[in-house]
Design a protein. Structure first.
Length: 568
């Protein structure tokens, strides 16, 4: 049996800690118990990663991490049958691969000889240990045993059902419509779709992507704006899976050549959740995206969306006017619709007639008349807006200003005594004015109608349970980035945030209230940067400045803000 050098001696020889720090840690260990490495981490003398790396060098064992992509068990080796989830989570071990009678296992403490012996007896294999941090192992265990369990359970049921399902390449031509319908209604496929949706809702995902590729299917969840790939079902169940989703969404399952849109509703406990479904034909089959609209997760309250107090005050002032045009701008997925609905919720009153025209209607609001656009029968934004003007409205919401015709009617409505709220695709608030002029609206109409512009982005919030303080140096900052405090926070990762380091999202925004100074700027045909400079002198913040305030408050990281806001 080899004689291992003690952990404390390893860390001292590596220059990670001093002899005095080691003596202090040993003294505390004798008083409180526990492992020496845990005591050193508690004293903040070392990080968990430093301990593991030091061990790997001393014991000549490979070190792996989630970031390296090597902490992922091999597929199709039934590794979960060798080491059960309960044993893995209790002992912080995870099987990575098997080659004949040799099993590679990642572990946090390779010096635990009793554990090594138990692994050998449990698996019947010789154990090749590799090391990783506790956090990375826990994350990998949950990913392997947790998320993949969805598909193992469903596929196990399918095996019991004895359904004959062919490979994706032959399904396209060989499966009859009747057989496809039958398979889509089989219990295993029904269970699989139910589990995919339920898991996405539990993970607080906003979208589910089902994507066919050559001989495989990719399944991804969008969580806090980022797509994460999760263990996917076999390619053999792709067509029955898509057919089941199309049946639920009231789509034509025989139509595979053209895009389709649909939707359905699910009930989780007492929550009713809308799912909006879109299919798109690709070279390998139909890509399906399910948008999850969970009203219980979206606070339709302006005060709870994350705006700064000064931004919230300006927005409320802008929407309190009895007439005029309020525009929200930003890319797809920046929270524009949520802000519009929150504004409507605040304005909603039994004394007001509120009409909306949307494509699609994302949230159903009590006491508000909502119209769904149906272009195939001529119910367009423009036609609906013309009808609205004969419906005695006080407030009109237009889902999006898409063309000159919609813009003209919206502005005409704003000039004839109505408050009009809508969205427009521009990069920043000041560009909204030049965009309206570019699509053909005379600047005198823009000056007369526009009241408020809000450009916004969604950024991820740091997990409050694990975020770490970080002292940033001036030379690390980009030109144009200024912070009032040298100490900011960065992401780390823990169990509560699935080791991502971020949990939830908040908004950053440019909010411009159009006043006489800005109207004069538009009249003089000033460019967008010059208009923004006038707004800044009156207290408006750019997207970057708005984001940096969240960085200084410890709400998010500098990297997250820089990914969403342009540095000039």
């Amino acid at each position: 049996m080899p004689k291992y050098k003690r952990l404390g001696d390893i860390l001292v020889s590596e220059g990670i800690i001093t002899e005095e720090q080691l003596s202090e840690a040993i003294g505390l260990q004798k008083k409180e118990g526990g492992k020496l490495g845990e005591v050193l981490v508690k004293l903040s003398y070392v990080s968990e990663e430093q301990i593991v790396i030091a061990l790997s060098r001393q014991l000549l064992l490979p070190y792996v991490s989630l970031a390296s992509g090597k902490l992922k068990p091999a597929a199709d080796q039934n590794l979960e049958e060798l080491i059960a989830y309960d044993f893995a989570i209790k002992n912080l071990v995870l099987p990575l691969s098997r080659n004949l009678n040799s099993l590679t296992v990642v572990m946090f403490d390779p010096l635990d000889l009793l554990l090594m012996d138990n692994l050998k007896k449990l698996t019947g294999c010789e154990i090749n240990p590799v090391v990783a941090t506790k956090a990375d192992i826990l994350n990998a265990i949950e990913s392997f045993y947790g998320k993949e369990k969805i598909f193992r359970d469903a596929m196990g049921s399918m095996g019991e059902a004895g359904g004959e399902i062919q490979e994706i390449s032959s399904l396209e031509s060989d499966l009859s419509l009747d057989k496809l319908l039958a398979q889509a209604e089989e219990a295993p496929i029904v269970k699989l779709v139910d589990l995919i949706i339920r898991q996405a809702i539990e993970e607080k995902a906003s979208d589910i992507h089902v994507e066919p590729h050559h001989n495989k299917v990719s399944l991804r969840y969008r969580i806090d704006g980022i797509l994460y790939e999760i263990p996917s079902p076999s390619a053999s169940v792709y067509l029955p899976l898509v057919s089941r989703i199309k049946i639920l969404s009231k789509m034509d399952i025989a139509e595979k050549r053209l895009p389709q849109d649909g939707g359905f509703m699910v009930k989780i406990g007492e929550r009713l959740i809308d799912l909006r479904v879109s299919t798109l034909p690709t070279i390998y089959g139909e890509k399906v995206v399910l948008r999850i609209l969970d009203k219980s997760r979206v606070p339709l309250d302006l005060a709870k969306l994350g705006f700064l107090p000064q931004e919230l005050e300006t927005i409320r002032k802008g929407i309190s006017t009895s007439y005029g045009l309020v525009l929200l701008t930003g890319p797809t997925g920046s929270g524009k619709s949520t802000t519009l609905y929150a504004a409507l919720s605040e304005l909603r009153s039994s004394t007001l007639n509120i009409l909306t025209v949307e494509d699609p209607v994302e949230f159903r609001l009590e006491g508000i008349n909502q119209v769904q656009v149906k272009s195939d029968i001529g119910l367009s934004f423009a036609n609906t807006l013309r009808c609205f003007l004969r419906q005695d409205p006080d407030i009109i919401l237009v889902g999006e200003v898409r063309d000159l015709e919609t813009a003209e009617i919206s502005i005409r409505s704003a000039l004839t005594g109505h408050l009009v709220l809508s969205t427009l695709h521009t990069n920043d608030a000041a560009s909204t004015i030049t965009r309206l002029i570019d699509i053909g609206i005379p600047n005198y109409l823009v000056i007369s109608s526009l009241r408020l512009i809000v450009a916004q982005r969604l950024i991820r919030k740091l997990c409050p349970d694990c975020k770490e303080p970080y002292e940033i140096k001036k030379e690390e900052l980009f030109r144009g980035v200024a912070l009032n405090s040298p100490v900011i926070y960065k992401a780390k990762g823990c169990e509560k945030c699935n080791f991502i380091g971020y949990k939830g999202r908040t908004v950053i925004a440019e909010v411009i209230l159009v006043d006489e100074a800005l109207r004069d700027a538009v009249h003089r045909n000033l460019r967008a940067p010059e208009i923004m400079e006038i707004a800044r002198k009156k207290g408006s913040l750019t997207l970057l400045e708005s984001g940096l305030k969240r960085v200084e408050e410890g709400i998010t990281s500098l990297e997250e803000v820089l990914s969403a806001a342009t540095v000039y």
